[in-house]
Design a protein around this ligand. Structure first.
Ligand code: TMP
Ligand code: ASP
Length: 234
């Protein structure tokens, strides 16, 4: 498979067109950004770790029957993915209060949600990815009523599968963000699943094992990502 031109370059990844119209190459960069890109660093080794972790987690979901865009790991920092029609919506699932929810609602971090909270955000950097109600998603024509229900169902299914898998590896799945696309009218899970897009806490110590280490300048970033890889590949 030959890389042609980048179709889309984000903060942490590049999506390349290939000579195969059905497939793309998703390249993981070393760039770490936070707070709308105002904090930005290159972290040697991050791309490779996120590609490995994402490949494992997509493989897990595929084995459990979840339709994803993941085809195969191609190289250290690249995976082959199916070409999808982009849906500009981010779906966040929260099991434990953290991050923007704590700030927005003034609640205490660590509060548990049973059942989990599902949220939608508009994928639009210029608007700072605003939160959307289901009514907004429908009114803006981003998804139909049926697709909204399906997005929630799929996101909660991913939460159940990953939550259990990680619990067995002594990791609490605090929250995460998913992106879906359409292929032949069907919703397919896309993007990545990594410590950049999830919050992972050590179940015994509470230690932060995700991008919050970068956001909060906690140090030990690569060590934490490495530990996540060790646990998900064991
Ligand atoms: P938040 O607390 O900042 O809203 O983030 C919730 C989860 O979604 C967290 O696991 C990080 C992830 N996330 C992304 O992957 N990309 C984003 O742009 C944002 C805002 C959050
Ligand atoms: N919003 C993302 C984050 O902080 C990345 C960014 O803002 O650049 O997780």
């Amino acid at each position: 498979m030959k890389k042609l031109k980048p179709l889309y370059e984000g903060k942490a990844k590049i999506l390349w067109e290939t000579d195969d119209p059905r497939h793309m190459i998703q390249e993981f960069k070393n760039d770490a950004t936070a707070f709308d890109g105002t904090k930005h660093e290159k972290i040697e080794g991050k791309g490779v770790l996120n590609n490995r972790i994402s490949s494992h987690l997509f493989g897990l979901l595929r084995d459990k029957g979840v339709r994803t865009h993941f085809v195969d790991k191609l190289s250290d920092n690249e995976m082959i993915v199916e070409r999808l029609e982009r849906l500009p919506v981010e779906v966040v699932v929260r099991n434990v209060a953290a991050g923007s929810m704590v700030k927005r609602l003034g609640i205490e971090a660590g509060r548990k949600f049973v059942p989990p909270v599902v949220e939608f955000y508009l994928k639009d950097d210029a608007l700072h990815d605003p939160i959307l109600s289901e009514e907004h998603v429908r009114a803006l024509g981003l998804a139909t009523e049926e697709q909204i229900a399906e997005l929630k169902r799929r996101a909660l299914e991913v939460n159940t599968i990953m939550g259990e898998f990680l619990r067995e590896r002594n990791i609490v799945l605090v929250d995460f963000k998913l992106e879906f696309g359409l292929k032949d009218g069907e919703l397919v899970l896309g993007d990545e699943i990594s410590p950049d897009t999830c919050r992972f806490h050590d179940a015994s110590t509470g230690e932060i094992m995700d991008k919050d280490r970068f956001r909060q300048d906690l140090g030990g970033f690569i060590e934490a990502y490495n530990e996540v890889l060790n646990r998900v590949s064991s």
